[in-house]
Ligand binder design. Structure first.
Ligand code: NAD
Length: 356
């Protein structure tokens, strides 16, 4: 990283807040990237494996910028922000920690809205809600959307359908061979929904009990975790880890489409270009996995949670993917770059609109 101000200047960040309380052993960072489209919004991560304080700050900044792009590309009217609590995600005394964060967030008067992320839970969000209204991810009994994974899965499937239209000229998944990596909150929902759409499925998970549970319900092929990259299929659907598209897997993949919910699927941005050269259509991860967050944040705009309205909005991920392909063709760039360009173009246009 360059110096902090150089880095913030380079990517045009607005604010960085450092929060601490000695008595509570509380250390947190709130990063705000861009608020052109609306208040900076993004989950709160709790993590203790940072190599340094700067490492944690860099993580918060990077993630906040990622949220700017995610919302902008998804057509949501929110900006990008993120909070990082430096601490053991298994820490037991959670109420004071998250209420403390809630008070810091409240001081920002709505400039930043938080939510759940790695290391935090819906229960933690309840503690934050005791101190501030600026928290979006909440259980249904507190007016939130509850578990958003089924909507993330639905959004990913809409992205898969758009990819199928590009590759096969039809969005039908009937008979398509799909390899699903990871059967967690999103992956198992994807398998259920793909099964209903008539796809032929192969699945894997390092937790074999999850594979067994799926195999008792559906007819599907079971793969060893490492074997999934070699399986001859139409669609590879990564729903577990990041960096699964890397120098090693790239030469093994036999699919025509890569579209899954996992974050940061490309080990390096250059892998997007290499996929293009191999003739594999790649759905940029933050477009394909935006469904949950589109559903979750919908109530900030409308005031209540509606499954039907949420599903309608999530369904439009299909059109977003079509736009990504258009930009990719127009500017002759890989889809991962086209997604960024789509987000940047929207922010620029809305900034103009807001001048009126
Ligand atoms: P999860 O933790 O519930 O599930 C992940 C699953 O992947 C687990 O079952 C785990 O055993 C399995 N796994 C881990 N390593 C594996 C490997 N090497 N091979 C095969 N399986 C492996 O997580 P989730 O909520 O289902 O999220 C999955 C991915 O989607 C993550 O990258 C997450 O960041 C991303 N995502 C999730 C949501 C959401 O709504 N939950 C939204 C956006 C993005």
């Amino acid at each position: 990283m360059d110096t902090l101000f150089d880095y913030m200047e380079k990517y045009d960040y607005q604010n960085l807040f450092i929060c601490q309380d000695k008595a509570l052993d509380f250390k947190a960072i709130i990063a705000i990237h861009d608020t052109t489209l609306g208040p900076a919004t993004g989950g709160c991560r709790m993590w203790d494996r940072y190599t340094s304080e700067m490492d944690a700050i860099e993580d918060a900044l990077r993630l906040a910028r990622g949220m700017t792009y995610k919302y902008a590309a998804a057509g949501v009217n929110l900006g990008g922000g993120k909070a990082v609590i430096i601490g053991d995600p298994k820490r037991k005394d959670r109420e004071p920690v998250f209420r403390a964060l809630g008070r810091f967030i409240n001081r920002l008067g709505g400039k930043y809205i938080t939510g759940e992320d790695v290391g935090t839970t819906l229960k933690d969000m309840e503690y934050i809600r005791m101190e501030t209204e600026f928290v979006v991810t909440l259980p249904t009994y507190l007016g939130g959307a509850g578990d958003i994974s089924p909507m993330t899965a639905f959004g990913t499937i809409r992205a898969i359908q758009a990819c199928c239209m590009r590759v096969y000229g039809s969005e039908s998944l009937e008979g398509k061979r799909v390899a699903v990596q990871g059967l967690g909150a999103v992956g198992h929902n994807i398998v259920e929904q793909l099964h209903e759409l008539g796809a032929k499925l192969a699945v894997t998970d390092i937790d074999f009990s999850k594979v067994e549970a799926m195999a008792t319900k559906y007819r599907l092929e079971i793969l060893r975790p490492e074997a999934i990259y070699d399986w001859d299929c139409d669609i590879f659907c990564p729903c577990a880890l990041g960096k699964v598209i890397n120098d090693e897997t790239l030469n093994r993949l036999k699919c025509k489409i890569i579209c899954g919910s996992a974050n940061n699927q490309l080990a390096e941005e250059g892998h997007g270009e290499l996929l293009e050269k191999k003739g594999i259509v790649y759905a940029p991860d933050y477009i394909a996995n935006a469904g949950g967050t589109i559903y979750d944040t919908d109530r900030l705009e409308v005031g209540d949670v509606s499954h039907e309205r949420g599903r309608e909005k999530v369904s439009r991920i299909y059109e977003k993917m079509v736009r990504v392909f258009e930009i990719s063709d127009r500017d002759k760039i890989p889809t991962c770059q086209a997604a960024d360009r789509m987000a940047e173009e929207r922010i620029k246009q809305i900034a103009e609109v807001k001048k009126l």
